[in-house]
Design a protein around this ligand. Structure first.
Ligand SMILES: [Zn+2]
Length: 224
């Protein structure tokens, strides 16, 4: 029992010395590069794999990494800032009667980027069922996956879930894209061709792009 009396100040001292030691060796610009949190969001995925699908080696670790990075990005000031600067076609909202999201427009009547941010970060803890299956029993497709508005479930086709080419980055981008759909935004098939699926006019593509860019930027800076 007496130990705690002595242990506490000792451990605090060690931490103090350590803290100082570490701080003095962090270059100034590195300290400014720290990830700033705007609003905590934690994304977790519960994977549900079809029997005929074989996941790549290390899948669980890759997903764990992707979960942590996606949560960090959605929580960050960088994400809020990048998305707030954007606006999207006014037809991007789903016509669904479900109300898990708010229809927020900017002064020009376009879908507000800050509104997209608010909808994506509305819930601090999100648990998603991630179903991985083959497309129509092995037929070819270029569709990576799909989701339903206001349902915490993402379905993905297995053909692109292979190791190599930054699988964790592709997970992060894909899951962010699909989660944007869950939050009420659709691809607009009526958009004029020049705007179709471009970063600027489609929230799901926009968010996927922003999240991917932030992940690359943080990787370059050694932050993740
Ligand atoms: Zn999509």
């Amino acid at each position: 029992m007496k130990f705690s009396k002595y242990l506490k100040p000792t451990s605090a001292c060690i931490l103090g010395v350590f803290g100082l030691f570490t701080l003095s060796f962090v270059p100034k610009e590195k300290a400014d590069d720290k990830i700033k949190i705007a609003k905590e969001v934690k994304m977790t995925f519960k994977v549900n794999v079809a029997d005929n699908v074989e996941l790549p080696e290390g899948f669980a670790d890759t997903l764990k990494k992707a979960e942590a990075i996606l949560s960090k990005i959605l929580s960050s000031e960088d994400f809020k800032e990048a998305l707030s600067k954007r606006s999207f076609a006014d037809s991007a909202f789903s016509k669904t009667k479900k109300s898990c999201f708010e229809r927020i427009y900017d002064d020009n009547g376009r879908v507000s980027g800050l509104g997209v941010y608010e909808n994506i970060t509305r819930n601090p803890k999100v648990e998603i069922e991630w179903v991985i299956k083959k497309y129509k029993d092995g037929e070819k497709t270029s569709v990576m996956g799909f989701s339903t508005f206001c349902v915490n479930k993402i379905t993905s086709h297995d053909y692109w879930i292979k190791n190599g080419q930054y699988l964790s980055l592709r997970f992060v981008r894909h899951l962010a894209h699909e989660y944007t759909h869950v939050c009420g935004y659709k691809h607009d098939k009526l958009l004029p061709k020049e705007h179709k699926f471009k970063k600027g006019d489609d929230p799901a593509m926009g968010v996927g792009g922003i999240v991917g860019d932030i992940m690359l930027d943080w990787t370059k800076k050694g932050l993740i």
